[in-house]
Design a protein around this ligand. Structure first.
Ligand code: UDP
Length: 382
């Protein structure tokens, strides 16, 4: 008998797992509460200007995982795109990630790579095994650069001291002693030619998959699916019974302009007295297109309330304790797999989400073959 599975959420997790199971003959229903697929990666053309807007903030595809790259490029062509970010700090515009240009400009010098390396090494603090964001930054680049580029930005972004955040958040960013200003160091980088939503629609375009938008799923009401893949919030599945896991949400103040407003896609604001964290000018995410008008988002972060869209899982000490509680509840469930950023409460890039979704689908299929229980999580949250 053909099994019927449901994907709750039509982001990358639901789409990739759904597609893998559809390819194996499962009947797949995909539900999403929103009026579009692709979750927070959703892109849509602005009706006035024609600009492709990253509705929930900037998403740049970058990966070292060749299988994942082959997967996404199998569904859409990708345009070459290099993420080059600038930061306005203390009245000047600097290049990010911190590179030789940033260092020379910031300190008013003309150092060569090895000189800059020695110079920064002399400023960096001697911290053996950095645990927090602040320790990692001080060990990496020393106090002046930390304060100009990371401290204020991070306080605004996360709403807490960098002393309370894990070092892993900063490890996302490189420091370079040359003039390479590519934000990422991955082998593959690009933008889907027609945006992420078209890419996800194509993943979902399969005779065994049916998609229902504007459709909520209440896990506590009875249903007839053989298995549920839940990519909603882990605590949301349990009706927040033990309390809410903390997230940061984002506010986007949209404004329009004729021509080019800032000359780049992303401008960060490191100063603590500037309320926003960054401004994105969407047309620069599609440099192969040409538009007169421009759509911009002034972005700021705050604590996520019950009615807000959750973006970044905070994962401070209190959240970890609550998370452990929810993990125990999840492990007691039958016929549910919790997947993706919200389902596993982790800060995930798109490529990692896809990797885990591909692996999760394989693990599920293997379990079905062996007659063993399905995986509880696409990847353990703790
Ligand atoms: N960050 C910072 N200053 C910057 C850019 C990033 O302090 O100008 C820190 C900040 O804490 C942020 C983290 O580095 O959350 C990761 O940055 P990334 O650009 O990867 O964040 P995302 O685009 O995912 O929000």
């Amino acid at each position: 008998m053909v099994e019927h599975v449901v994907m709750v959420g039509a982001g990358f997790s639901g789409a990739v797992i759904g597609r893998a199971l559809a390819d194996e003959g499962f009947k797949v229903t995909v539900l999403d509460a929103r009026d579009h697929v692709a979750g927070n990666c959703h892109t849509a053309r602005d009706a006035d200007t024609g600009v492709m807007v990253h509705t929930y903030g900037p998403h740049i595809f970058h990966t070292d995982d060749t299988q994942v790259w082959d997967y996404v490029t199998g569904f859409s062509t990708f345009e070459p795109y290099k993420n080059r970010v600038k930061s306005t700090s203390q009245g000047q515009v600097f290049s990010l990630p911190i590179n030789l240009h940033t260092i020379n400009q910031f300190f008013g010098k003309t150092m060569r790579p090895q000189e800059a390396r020695d110079f920064i090494a002399a400023q960096a603090e001697d911290i053996a095994d950095p645990q927090t964001f602040e320790e990692q930054a001080l060990a990496f680049v020393g106090r002046p650069l930390y304060e100009a580029f990371f401290k204020g930005y991070t306080e605004k972004q996360w709403g807490c001291s960098p002393r309370d955040l894990p070092a892993s958040i900063l490890k996302r960013l490189p420091v370079r002693f040359n003039y390479d200003d590519n934000y990422f160091f991955h082998a593959h980088q690009g933008m889907p030619s027609e945006g992420y939503t078209v890419l996800v629609e194509r993943i979902l375009d399969h005779p065994n998959i049916d998609v229902h938008l504007n459709t909520e799923f209440d896990p506590n009401k009875g249903h007839s699916y053989d298995h549920v893949f839940w990519s909603g919030a882990l605590d949301g599945y349990f009706g927040y019974a033990k309390g809410r896991l903390g997230y940061r949400t984002l506010d986007f103040e949209e404004f329009h302009h004729e021509g080019d407003w800032q000359g780049c896609a992303v401008m960060n604001y490191g100063d603590p007295d500037v309320g926003h964290t960054r401004i994105t000018e969407h047309k620069h995410f599609s440099p192969w297109e040409s538009h007169e008008g421009s759509v911009l988002y002034r972005e700021s972060a705050r604590a996520c309330g019950p009615e807000d869209i959750p973006y970044y899982p905070i994962r401070l000490v209190e959240e970890k304790a609550l998370l452990a509680d929810y993990v125990t509840s999840a492990e007691a469930e039958r016929n549910v797999t919790f997947v993706g950023r919200l389902g596993t409460y982790r800060y995930l890039d798109m490529d990692v989400t896809i990797r885990e979704a591909l692996d999760c689908a394989q693990a599920f299929l293997a379990a079905r073959k062996a007659g063993t229980p399905a995986p509880v999580f696409s990847k353990a949250p703790l």
